[in-house]
Design a protein. Sequence first.
Length: 285
Amino acid sequence: MKKIIGMTAALAVTSVMADISITGSYEGTVTDAPDAASTYSQDIDLFVKGRAGDAQVNLSFEDLASGSAVQTTEAYIVAPLEGLTFKGGSMKGQNGDGLLQKKSAPANKMKLSTEVEGFGLTYGQTSGDGNGSVDVSANVGGFGVKVQNASNDTRFITITGDVGPVAAAVERQEASTDKVNTAYSVTGTVGPAAVTYVNVDVQDAAGVTQDDGILGDISDATAGNDLYGVVASFNAVAGKVTGKYINKNDAKTYVAKLERGMWEFSHTKPENTDGTTKAVIKVTF
């Protein structure tokens, strides 16, 4: 923590006109697993933003714990460059909106982006790698369409939009030759509840890395098996109630969750095994 304060002070001294902010989150989890003693784990994330003029420096310190070394998770700058937007430094990546894949590990990258005739264009390159990538985005017929790494056979395609009262999202990637992973979700309202159905067609398991998405951890999904689930939530007197039904690798999992203030209580029951109960406290600042 002293190192973080020192770094913040240094930013303030070197850029008198800078606008500096620090935000963060704390998450503590009590886990009561079957045939095991209860455990407590914690996760602390801090985010520092320093702005000077039109430039902004972003630093993140994630998964901090007492006594651990303080290291940046991401450190990058966003600044204008002759009508373009430059983004450079160590940063994570994200294919799509998270149905199929989690964020990638931070890497030292450079990006230039702009908008031309309604098309968003981004050219990116990993530092030291001569092979760049091009991302293209546009609104087509009321749907948001994004194609990442557009010139590559493994390009990642995301389509989002509304069909009447239903919000829909589709993600597709040919993860390897002739093996296409496809995921879609549809969200609507049934009575007082918001209901989302998710379906994932896995043909190349290596291309499915999401471990904390709407259906939880699907990174262990196997190719050729049906993966789908339903999530329903509604507000009650006690708080926000959520129920999940997940079918993964021919096994069913049921999840019940109550969000009440800063606390979240949940019980997860996989098929043919005992369930796990958790109590999580979440504080943002």
